[in-house]
Design a protein around this ligand. Structure first.
Ligand SMILES: Cc1cc2nc3c(=O)[nH]c(=O)nc-3n(C[C@H](O)[C@H](O)[C@H](O)COP(=O)(O)OP(=O)(O)OC[C@H]3O[C@@H](n4cnc5c(N)ncnc54)[C@H](O)[C@@H]3O)c2cc1C
Length: 546
């Protein structure tokens, strides 16, 4: 019989630091189960490889939403990482904690221990910021955080133009001042992606008390009464394997698979579970509700030649850039997805910035076959998303089969407040791109183009082209109200020895990209779980000893 103290399901942004933190105690045995394969691939390590992993059929779950009536019945493609490192192995590597007010807001919603002063020590402990540590930043943690290896002139121009419009500068948006305009930081180490796996698990993978298994898709949690006692894994050949946990099972499978797994284990909205023939263990109506995401709208500008690095990634020059990367780990292949961000208000009544405008000195498109094509002309890409959307969606079961993808209904643009905020975001992009010194670098607005001017036209453009920023969260949210799924210690309400530790637990999304706060959740959860030190189940203890 296989038995481990803790079973962590999912080796992603939260699961990796969680497994690391638990196994720091040599007397605790930890099993980290990952559905996908290992991540040792050139394009996983290379920052520019993000574009190549976007449609990957093996290391990506390739989710798709339900048709969205407000978006002309479009079905939106949602990639999620499926390998050691999870989505941190396919993401854009932007590293941003979020605004301190986000965490204070989490605490104010009935979650003691999650205010910014509570979580700051974990943010500091988890990172090795290349400028070193101080009262805000950490200089000695496992995860490398770096400034862009190259700063393009047009990126400086974007910052100057935003400043000319009154946006204040921030030298470190993960430090004292989040709002404002400045260069982004990335989880990149010496020109290579530093995923949660690379940072937290790879260096300690030889620990005798840490077992890592890939290719293990958990289909449900097993219970004895109301106590979680293990998991059931279905292998590719159809074989079912049962693995036991002496202390706890922890779901870190991400905002789509964690709620699905809860429901398939009998924890979720009772009526929905019964409809699919799942026996209800605990009727918990909030599971799969409160799906939040950052709705993302992209614009593009034709630029002067020195404003874009498109030319370096097309024709013969791309081979030169590739050789340069191989020799030095520098150049555009070593850059994260965006260089600069402006955190600004779209609605005056918001307490802090509710729009993120990200700038990148390049433009590209995907062909139908998933191949990336960098534009053959100098281009600059600017995108916007609303940081705290008011519309929420759902993750629901499509069937009782764990191999079937769940139904994803995000409800983008169903709130007038969100639509107005996003329209203001597009207008802000245009104001920045028309302000000096940026104005002289813009040759023409390509997307959406000057013909899209009125609010109605911009609204329609967003409906037709808007995408996800791939920041899904909130589907097993933390709180103490009837729709909360976990408590502030991340224990699932109504059952024992089961927690959720990943982006699902966010009461609302953080104001920025979501990888850094999700890693923090994993780091903090490890500390909490060790403090709580749930004793081994008596039967499991006896079985472990025989
Ligand atoms: C394309 C893309 C770009 C992004 N860019 C950025 C960015 O630049 N900066 C940023 O901050 N954020 C970015 N994000 C978001 C960020 O990466 C996620 O918010 C974060 O990784 C979520 O972490 P998680 O632990 O909740 O889930 P994940 O990291 O997705 O981990 C879940 C893990 O569980 C595994 N799993 C799932 N089901 C099972 C099962 N049944 N059994 C076993 N294992 C299972 C999965 O394979 C996966 O490895 C991006 C996301 C994507 C997809």
């Amino acid at each position: 019989m296989q038995i481990h103290d803790y079973i962590v399901v999912g080796a992603g942004s939260a699961g990796c630091p969680l497994a690391r933190g638990l196994s720091d105690d040599p007397y605790i045995s930890v099993l980290l189960l990952e559905a996908g394969p290992h991540a040792d691939r050139f394009w996983v390590h290379t920052p520019a490889g993000m574009a190549k992993l976007y449609f990957d059929r093996v290391r990506n779950w390739n989710f798709r939403t339900e048709p969205m009536p407000r978006l002309h019945d479009r079905q939106m493609y949602w990639p999620r990482g499926k390998m050691l490192g999870g989505s941190s192995a396919i993401n854009g590597m932007v590293f941003i904690r979020g605004h301190p007010g986000d965490f204070d807001g989490w605490r104010a919603r009935g979650n003691p221990g999650w205010g910014y002063d509570d979580v700051l020590p974990y943010f500091r402990a988890m990172e090795r910021f290349e400028r070193g540590g101080d009262a805000w930043r950490g200089g000695g943690g496992p995860l490398s955080v770096s400034d862009p290896v190259e700063r393009m002139a047009s990126s400086h121009a974007f910052i100057a133009a935003a400043r000319a419009l009154g946006v204040s500068p921030t030298e470190d948006m993960n430090g004292e001042v989040h709002d404002g305009v400045g260069f982004m930081q990335h989880s990149i180490r010496n020109g290579r992606r530093h995923s949660a796996y690379n940072a937290f698990v790879e260096p300690v993978r030889a620990r005798p008390n840490l077992t890592i298994r890939t290719g293990c898709a958990v289909q449900r949690v097993l219970f004895d009464g109301r106590q979680a006692i293990g998991v059931e894994v279905r292998h590719g050949d159809g074989r079912i394997e049962t693995i036991h946990a002496a202390r706890e099972v922890i779901l870190s499978a991400g905002s789509i698979k964690s709620p699905q797994m809860l429901m398939l284990s009998g924890i979720g909205p009772g009526e929905q579970l019964r409809r699919h023939g799942v026996t209800v263990l605990h009727d918990l109506p909030g599971v799969g509700r409160n799906l939040q995401d950052h709705f993302y709208v992209h614009t593009a500008f034709r630029a002067t030649a020195d404003s874009s690095y498109n030319a370096r990634l097309t024709g013969w020059r791309k081979f030169r850039e590739g050789l340069r990367y191989l020799a030095t780990r520098k150049g555009c292949l070593a850059l994260g997805s965006s260089q600069v961000a402006a955190f600004v208000k779209g609605k005056a009544e918001e307490p802090y910035a509710d729009l993120q405008i990200s700038f990148r000195p390049m433009t590209f498109n995907y062909h139908r076959d998933g191949q990336v094509a960098v534009d053959g002309f100098p281009g600059m890409g600017v995108s916007v998303y609303q940081l705290r959307p008011t519309a929420t969606g759902t993750v629901t079961l499509a069937s009782p089969d764990a191999a079937d993808k769940p139904l994803l209904t995000p409800n983008f643009l169903t709130s007038a407040y969100d639509v107005e905020t996003m329209i203001e975001g597009i207008r802000t992009i245009r104001r920045i791109m028309a302000a000096p010194p940026m104005a002289s670098r813009v040759v023409a607005e390509e997307i959406p183009g000057p013909g899209i001017a009125s609010d109605d036209q911009i609204h329609r453009f967003m409906e037709e082209t808007g995408n996800s920023a791939h920041h899904q969260g909130g589907t097993a949210r933390m709180g103490d109200d009837p729709l909360a799924v976990v408590d502030a210690r991340l224990r699932v309400h109504g059952v024992e020895r089961l927690r959720v530790v990943d982006a699902s637990i966010m009461p609302f999304l953080t104001s920025g990209n979501t990888n850094a706060p999700t890693i923090m959740i994993g780091v903090k959860a490890a500390a909490m779980i060790r403090q709580d030190a749930v004793p081994r189940r008596p039967i499991a203890r006896a079985q472990a000893e025989t």
